[in-house]
Ligand binder design. Structure first.
Ligand SMILES: *Cc1c(COP(=O)(O)O)cnc(C)c1O
Length: 483
């Protein structure tokens, strides 16, 4: 390892910060903190000076790759640049230092921000009501599926199945299963889209919902969506949209206008909050009027000019998160939306689509493009033509790291063999896109001429190629002292 663990740098007696000695009398202390609640042994903390702490963490940060460092074309994840003003405003003391148990009268500003964010999301998406509670996209999906169940239960029969296209993100079937429904997979057609005829064969009164990502994970717009939503509604089922790809639609299409009943947003993707590595996120759910009574509580209500958190919704599915969700992410999304304005949001989508198509055209003559149509905000290449050189998509991804780029998403969606899923986002310049395309084209040449350089990649990163199977199967992220 190029950087030791902080416990390994530790030396007995070194201190970064020293508190003054305890000046509370023993008797007083006993009444403040009962002896049985106090630790008997000193905690095993690293002992290290302030200067060494700073250097350790700065060195770690320099080994990291992030959107502030370079291009991050991770498909489906929308790793766009996150404007610093979002952070600045989320750190305002009035937002940062409030407590969720404070009396409502003292947090009117925070409640107003949440209410206004709900209104903005309604306008952007075409839905009638929003819950900000879910903590991420997958959590929004689960909440959405709980709403589907409640809707059908209120009609007397919860139904059995949720239909999902075979290009879906893995969280879709997981959320469906967690909510107690069974999934049925709908095979995509040769264009990479949902085929209304295949869907029709699977539609009946046991189907609770059709769950679809639009644009789908191939970066293609489901052009038959209005027809599809009519067919789904004809059997009394609901239309659920995975809204993780909303970046491609902002200001152009409102999912609520094309037949969807429920959708989750990924505020951390579309509306620019730093994300990855497990958080933080926010996955609000938007619904049509008919489903509004079932939204999670508490909901923000206006009580004669005073905003309140109301639990008075007897048909609600209940709470899905402690308090009311990840407030800090809501502040960042709110700032982003307000800074962009309606015209700016439309330009976001247009820029994302133009950038993706520009890269697609630069690359499609060098790499295999299984689904050839004009894409939306991302596109999926296949590395299958490199197999004849003994090279796999994983090798290409690892070699990109040597050229200073984060790799695209690989091996997803599952319907593309050796997939390379590329989402440039709107925040990149033409020069960056050109440099990335050039690197991928060079790598293709290397695959033909010197495949070993790819097999052994990455060569210049702090750690070389990891045993990913072992890392997943024998996950061990805890340091333990050897006695
Ligand atoms: C990211 C993503 C999800 C899951 O969102 P999280 O916030 O990571 O839980 C679901 N579907 C699609 C298409 C996504 O890209």
């Amino acid at each position: 390892m190029p950087e030791k663990l902080i416990f390994e740098i530790s030396r007995p007696g070194r201190r970064g910060y020293t508190l003054p000695g305890l000046d509370v009398e023993k008797k007083a202390l006993d009444s403040l903190i009962p002896p049985q609640l106090r630790r008997k042994k000193k905690p095993d903390l690293p002992e290290i000076s302030e200067n060494e702490v700073v250097r350790h963490f700065v060195r770690l940060s320099e080994m990291n790759y992030h959107v502030d460092h370079g291009f991050y074309p991770l498909g489906s994840c929308t790793m766009k640049y996150n404007p610093k003003i979002n952070e600045e405003l989320a750190r305002l003391s009035g937002f940062l230092n409030i407590h969720p148990l404070q009396p409502e009268a003292t947090v009117q500003g925070a409640l107003r921000l949440m209410k206004e964010l709900e209104d903005l999301l309604k306008e952007i998406s075409g839905f009638d009501a929003i819950s900000l509670q879910p903590a991420a996209g997958a959590h929004g999906e689960l909440t959405g599926m709980m709403l589907v169940r409640k809707y059908h239960e209120m009609k007397g029969n919860p139904r059995k199945y949720v239909l999902i296209p075979d290009s879906a993100h893995g969280t879709n079937p997981a959320s469906v299963t967690l909510s107690g429904y069974s999934t049925k997979t709908i095979k995509s057609n040769e264009l990479g889209l949902v085929d209304p005829e295949v869907l029709r064969q699977n539609l009946n009164e046991d189907v609770a919902a059709f769950m679809v990502t639009n644009p789908n994970t191939l970066g293609l717009f489901e052009s038959e969506i209005i027809k599809i939503s009519e067919m789904v509604h004809d059997v009394g089922a609901l239309m659920y949209m995975d809204g993780a790809n909303l970046n491609a639609l902002l200001g152009i299409v409102r999912p609520g206008d094309v037949g969807f009943d429920i959708m989750h947003f990924n505020l951390h993707k579309t509306f620019s909050t730093p994300h990855g590595g497990g958080g933080p996120g926010s996955g609000p759910v938007g619904v049509k009027k008919e489903i509004e009574p079932y939204l999670p509580v508490p909901r923000i209500v206006d009580d004669g000019g005073l905003l309140k958190l109301s639990y008075d919704f007897p048909d609600s599915i209940g709470k899905v998160h402690a308090f009311f969700g990840n407030f800090n992410v809501m502040v960042k999304a709110y700032v982003y939306i307000r800074m962009m304005g309606p015209d700016g949001l439309r330009k976001v989508a247009e820029g994302a689509v133009i950038n993706a198509n520009y890269l697609r055209v630069l690359l499609q003559e060098h790499y295999d493009l299984p689904y050839k149509s004009t894409c939306m905000h991302e596109f999926v290449l296949s590395g299958r033509n490199l197999k004849k050189y003994g090279v796999r998509t994983l090798d290409v991804a690892k070699r990109l790291l040597d050229y200073g780029f984060h790799a695209p998403t690989v091996y997803f969606p599952l319907i593309v063999p050796e997939a390379l899923m590329i989402e440039p986002t709107e925040t990149e310049t033409k020069e960056t896109l050109d440099a990335f395309a050039e690197a991928l084209i060079k790598i293709k040449k290397e695959a033909e001429e010197n495949p070993d350089v790819l097999h052994e990649a990455p060569h210049v990163t702090p750690v070389r190629r990891l045993d990913e199977a072992r890392a997943a199967r024998e996950l061990n992220v805890r340091w333990q002292k050897e006695d």
